[in-house]
Design a protein around this ligand. Structure first.
Ligand code: GAR
Length: 208
């Protein structure tokens, strides 16, 4: 059984999609063992507690400097023997210290079709604002492994979503979540938990 450590910052609808997939046995060989939020007010923490899953807040505000905050995050993951780290709306840059401890063992969901609308400054609603400002007709979501860069790691799954006339960032965000994020994030976890994902020359191969 693969033990997931899910890192969150906000509402936690992607965490909920993972919990639902485990409950409904869409994911059979992984379980959520730990939820960490950098934000004490994150509703995602309530979702974890409602499922009797250990949920902790590790906030940078409680540490003298960034390095101590990063060390505390890593300690919590290691103490709980997490196998796969899942960034599910975690709006903190993951430092090299953690990336190096979990090579190709950290995945992230990003609400666009990478390499569009990603990188520094593109997170949450800002991504969808960028999409609407540019006027693209198709957007979507991407699950990728996390490497040292921002949204640069090997791509595991992507799903396209149409932009509609009259979309606001909020409406588009919801459609991207419903049609793409909540599907491909559990799917990627299931693939990894079943040992079907390999990284070869920086690219993901999925065995069917
Ligand atoms: C999601 O749309 C996720 O893709 C995005 O934050 C939202 C979190 O929602 N993540 C990023 O922008 C990361 N760059 P949630 O808390 O309801 O899952």
């Amino acid at each position: 059984m693969l033990k997931l450590g899910v890192l969150v910052s906000g509402g936690g609808t992607n965490l909920q999609a993972i919990l639902d997939a485990v409950d409904h046995q869409v994911i059979k060989t992984a379980e959520v063992g730990l939820v960490i939020s950098n934000n004490a007010g994150a509703y995602a923490l309530e979702r974890a507690k409602n499922h009797d899953i250990p949920a902790v807040c590790i906030s940078p505000k409680n540490f003298e400097n960034r390095e101590e905050f990063h060390r505390a995050l890593l300690d919590e993951l290691q103490k709980n023997k997490v196998d796969l780290v899942v960034l599910a709306g975690f709006l903190v840059a993951v430092p090299p210290m953690i990336v190096e401890a979990y090579p190709n063992r950290i995945i992230n969901i990003h609400p666009s079709l990478i390499p569009s609308f990603c990188g520094t400054g593109f997170y949450g609603l800002r991504v969808h604002e960028g999409v609407l400002d540019r006027g693209v007709k198709v957007t979507g979501a991407t699950v990728h492994f996390v490497d040292a860069g921002t949204d640069t790691g090997p791509i595991i799954l992507q799903k396209a979503v149409e932009v509609a006339e009259g979309d606001t960032p909020e409406i588009l965000q919801r459609r991207v979540m419903e049609e793409a994020e909540w599907k491909i994030l559990p799917e990627a976890i299931d693939l990894i938990a079943n040992d079907r994902v390999q990284v070869v020359d920086g690219k993901v191969r999925i065995s069917r």
